[in-house]
Design a protein. Structure first.
Length: 69
């Protein structure tokens, strides 16, 4: 069963969704990412650019612990 605390949905304009489809093939050369994984990767990369820090999986690990409860 999917943990309701781990996922949320977003709505995108059709043009943005098309751009996302295109980017999903360019982020990881030779691999097509899902739209969700593409957004996740872009957000992590953008966040690390803004904070000049390497993004860790600490928050993901915390969510996994919450879902196990």
């Amino acid at each position: 069963m999917t943990c309701k605390f781990q996922y949320r949905g977003i709505s995108l304009k059709n043009k943005t969704y098309s751009d996302l489809e295109e980017l999903s093939t360019k982020i990881e050369p030779g691999e097509k990412l899902s739209q969700a994984k593409t957004v996740e990767t872009m957000v992590k990369n953008f966040k690390s650019l803004l904070t000049d820090e390497e993004v860790t999986n600490e928050n993901e690990n915390q969510l996994k612990e919450i879902c196990k409860r």
